[in-house]
Design a protein around this ligand. Structure first.
Ligand SMILES: [Zn+2]
Length: 189
């Protein structure tokens, strides 16, 4: 499956897009060469560009009955401002999240397992400075859709609580969140 997970706000063109995509595909090719169990092809990973949000890049994941979808998202403002950082570090950083999830079955955050992958892909695993400091501790999130229809990204800690039987109430609407309301969508920045 190769479905774009973002519903709106994607940017179709910007200067040097072709060149940027070349570097993304180069990194994915390097990942397939370096990790024999990583065999996801380029066309299976839509690359989405956005102009909003604080993250320079993001790796997204969704599991459905039909299969698994991965998306890479990059912020074009960050690309315009800091090209070298995006090419040299953000691309390997985000691709490493996808490789990690694909071969290990989960997002390992920025721990040693992910760091090793990131370094092999040429990224600087010791630096995650493009991520806002206050968000750095919660880089993995899971999307829930409450019984009232509200969509909420929950931290892994909250996700685990609900999976163990916990219940949350959406204050504004009174909607409920339990393990049932998990959409299966995840993201790592
Ligand atoms: Zn990250």
């Amino acid at each position: 499956m190769s479905v774009v997970l973002r519903k709106r706000g994607a940017v179709n063109s910007f200067p040097r897009k072709t060149e940027f995509m070349y570097h993304v595909y180069n990194c994915l090719a390097k990942a397939r060469l370096s990790f024999s169990s990583f065999d996801i092809q380029d066309h299976q990973i839509p690359v989405v560009f956005v102009s909003k949000g604080r993250a320079a890049g993001m790796a997204k994941f969704k599991k459905t009955a039909l299969g698994v979808t991965y998306n890479l998202e990059f912020n074009i403002d960050a690309i315009n401002k800091d090209w070298d950082e995006m090419i040299g570090n953000t691309i390997p950083h985000e691709v490493a999240h996808i490789v990690d999830h694909a071969i290990n079955g989960k997002f390992n955050g920025h721990n040693r397992i992910w760091q090793r992958i990131c370094m092999i892909l040429g990224g600087d695993a010791t630096r995650t400075h493009s991520i806002p400091v206050e968000k750095a501790r919660q880089t993995r999130k899971v999307l829930y859709k409450a019984t009232c229809g509200t969509e909420i990204w929950l931290s892994m800690q909250m996700h685990n609580q609900l999976q163990r039987g916990g219940i949350r109430i959406v204050r504004k609407t009174g909607g409920r969140l339990t393990s049932q309301e998990c959409t299966g969508r995840m993201q790592a920045v």
